[in-house]
Design a protein around this ligand. Structure first.
Ligand code: 2M8
Length: 439
């Protein structure tokens, strides 16, 4: 009984600590991922933040998503960063003077009142909006939350389904390693190697003011990130005109789009719009995901490189995330669970879910998305396990995540073998997703 009581006490303490992190990172209209390393609003971070915040401050959770959508472009894209004008330019690279969004010709319809990046991040937003609504439907209806966000979310999905279907097969492509959010994953290495690096000294890495170089992407990675973003910018962020040296169909990105499309259907029903369109799109995208990215022999979803037309072999956590997709064939789900439990991810044996194959030579347990375990992907895998009746595995993952969040003061990521915190602390989505798992 004493243990149970202290468990309850520990949970209450963790809930308070997580809430404090989110309050500390709140800027008045949105939440920064971290005051030091990421002092602006990030797209998928905000969606995860809203998912946690809904339990303690539902109105702020709504606000978080509304602020992000307030920076949406005319063509429907939701930018991956919305810049806070009161933060000095040198605090984060690339800054607004690199992206020059408000000065871009009006084709893509970048807003003029706010500075943003020109690339995107995974579409977790409709899912987040629906979960935020469910946390407090009365408050949501009182504020007209869903009618307010529905048109923007629908336009966002339309942008991805049209301008970003670069392969013509019914999936959305990412055009920069920052877009899938798994920045320096080994999965992007071969595609990135084709990109001519920007000249050394043409940019300054503000991230190294706050993060250890051993935990961050390399200078060569950055030189290529800069080249890709500059090329897109110099083509006015026009997807049809940009010669995309990097174009990939990522399983995690598309699985989130499908889960969000189902959420959008539920939102449409609630606001009196046409639910059927969204369900049909979700169904079609699920078919495309299975046709184009599922590898039954490997037992994992593989990203597809649209430049070579070939699948990208190797096991990334992205390939497990389709577990969250409603209506996934049971044999596919079962194979994914086997892969997660197998030697490459060792679910339940190591801490959370490594971002990359533990047995691969590219695996690096400290360096960002090349191996460390992250809380957002753990949350997604947890959701997928629960969906497929893997109750015990889900339960264990949840317990690990809560314990790790607590132990590490909400670290950005973990070394998977030791469970030690890496990156920055008081990281917003770690706190937010811990809050969600506590409920
Ligand atoms: C990381 O990415 C940014 C660029 O967008 C960076 O390295 O500066 C990634 O972990 C990404 O997934 C995340 O959204 C962002 C902010 O937390 O940081």
């Amino acid at each position: 009984e004493a243990a149970a009581t202290s468990g309850t006490g520990r949970r209450a303490r963790l809930r308070r600590a997580a809430t404090r992190v989110l309050l500390g990172n709140w800027t008045g209209a949105a939440t920064v991922p971290s005051r030091a390393l990421y002092p602006h609003q990030w797209s998928w971070d905000s969606a995860f933040v809203a998912i946690g915040l809904r339990h303690v401050a539902p109105r702020r959770a709504q606000r978080e998503l509304e602020t992000l959508l307030g920076a949406q472009w005319g063509d429907g894209r939701v930018p991956h960063i919305v810049f806070n004008p009161s933060v000095p330019l040198g605090a984060y690279f690339p800054s607004p003077d690199f992206w020059r969004s408000s000065g871009t010709d009006r084709n893509a319809g970048a807003p003029s009142a706010v500075e943003t990046s020109g690339i995107v991040q995974p579409p977790v937003h409709a899912l987040a909006a629906w979960l935020v609504h469910l946390a407090d439907p009365a408050e949501s209806r009182r504020r007209g939350f869903l009618p307010r966000v529905y048109p923007g979310l629908a336009a966002w999905h339309r942008y991805l389904a049209t301008s970003r279907d670069l392969g013509g097969g019914g999936l959305a492509a990412v055009t920069h390693p920052w877009e899938p959010g798994l920045d320096n994953s080994p999965s992007w290495d071969a595609a990135l190697a084709r990109v001519e690096p920007a000249p050394r000294g043409s940019f300054r890495r503000a991230d190294l003011d706050h993060g250890s170089p051993a935990d961050r992407p390399t200078d060569l990675d950055y030189a290529r990130y800069v080249r890709l973003a500059a090329t897109y910018r110099d083509h006015s962020y026009d997807d049809a005109r940009t010669p995309h040296a990097f174009a990939i169909e990522d399983p995690c990105f598309n699985a989130l789009l499908i889960a969000s499309e189902h959420a959008l259907a539920a939102i449409a029903r609630e606001v009196g719009a046409d639910e059927g369109t969204h369900r049909r799109r979700a169904g079609a995208a699920t078919g495309a995901l299975l046709d184009r990215l599922w590898d039954p022999a490997a037992g994992v979803f593989l990203p597809r490189d649209l430049v070579t037309g070939e699948p990208i072999t190797g096991y990334g956590v992205s390939g497990l995330v389709p577990l969250i997709v409603p209506g996934l064939p049971e044999e596919v789900a079962a194979a994914l669970v086997r892969t997660a439990r197998g030697p490459r991810f060792r679910l339940g044996e190591v801490h959370l879910v490594p971002s990359y194959d533990l047995t691969a030579k590219e695996f690096d347990g400290n360096r960002y998305w090349r191996g460390p375990s992250w809380f957002n992907t753990a949350w997604l895998v947890h959701r997928g396990l629960a969906r497929h009746g893997e109750t015990e595995a889900a339960h264990r993952l949840r317990a690990q995540a809560l314990d790790a969040a607590d132990r590490t003061a909400f670290a950005e990521y973990l070394e998977p073998y030791t469970g030690e915190g890496r990156g920055i602390r008081r990281f917003s989505w770690t706190a937010a997703l811990a809050l969600d798992l506590l409920h």
